[in-house]
Design a protein around this ligand. Structure first.
Ligand code: AKG
Ligand code: FE2
Length: 223
């Protein structure tokens, strides 16, 4: 039992399979990505927003790119700040529990062999962006499935910060408003995407399901 959240927001370990998981699996098989409004229990989304907004500046650090440690260079690529989720906080724990359900559901449906999941809050202050990229290069990362969950109430077009998803021919196939409750799931190594500059502070949770196994004797890419 988690404190501070209504019982309805709890994700029981034995909860029945959500139809949503079918939608996600079908979307991944079809286009390689899926966008779902109001994917998680609203009370959980609110608790996560409360959590991320209660964290002080010192809780965040500037995000890096891959193995790059050159933060000057990275600033041209991305300018968000991050904080990793853990199970000590009840809202974070519930989010991770929901993702564990999704992990198992995807494995049952698509046999992807997803092994674990890692996720961080991201804070994009006004002006922050993340240039076009993919989250993983085939054979060089354990990350295979990406998730992004948004925590912004009343987000308007003029607030910027949209997620652009690109198709094979470099055209934008989806423009996602980072609105509270929306979840995006996509294949990490084949879906280029970009975050347009936010005009007001934008909160999200980015996460990755990973497969097990070492790459160049390294189990996981460094955080
Ligand atoms: O916040 C988003 O919309 C996407 C973030 C992203 O692409 C990433 O963290 O890799
Ligand atoms: Fe990304």
């Amino acid at each position: 039992m988690y404190e501070g959240l209504p019982v309805s927001a709890e994700i029981a370990a034995s909860s029945v399979e959500l139809p949503l998981f079918d939608v996600i699996a079908d979307g991944l098989t079809g286009r390689g990505f899926v966008v779902l409004p109001l994917a998680l229990p609203p009370a959980l989304s609110e608790a996560l927003l409360l959590r991320v907004t209660s964290l002080g500046d010192e809780a965040f650090r500037r995000a890096g790119v891959g193995r790059e440690r050159d933060f000057q260079l990275n600033r041209f690529v991305r300018s968000d700040e991050i904080r990793w989720l853990g199970s000590a906080d009840p809202a974070e724990a519930q989010y991770l529990a929901w993702m564990e359900q999704l992990r198992q559901a995807i494995n049952r449906r698509l046999f992807m062999g997803l092994f674990d999941y890692e996720a961080h809050f991201a804070r994009y202050l006004p002006g922050a962006f993340y240039k076009k990229h993919i989250d993983a290069f085939k054979g060089r990362s354990n990350r295979v499935l990406s998730t992004v969950f948004y925590l912004n109430g009343g987000w308007q077009e003029a607030d910027g910060g949209q997620l652009l998803i690109y198709g094979d021919d470099d055209s934008v196939v989806s423009k996602v408003t980072p609105l509270m409750g929306t979840l995006v799931v996509f294949l990490s190594d084949s879906v280029p995407h970009e975050v347009l500059a936010a005009q007001r502070t934008r909160y999200s949770i980015a996460g990755w399901f990973r497969v097990n196994g070492s790459i160049n004797a390294q189990i996981d890419p460094p955080r």
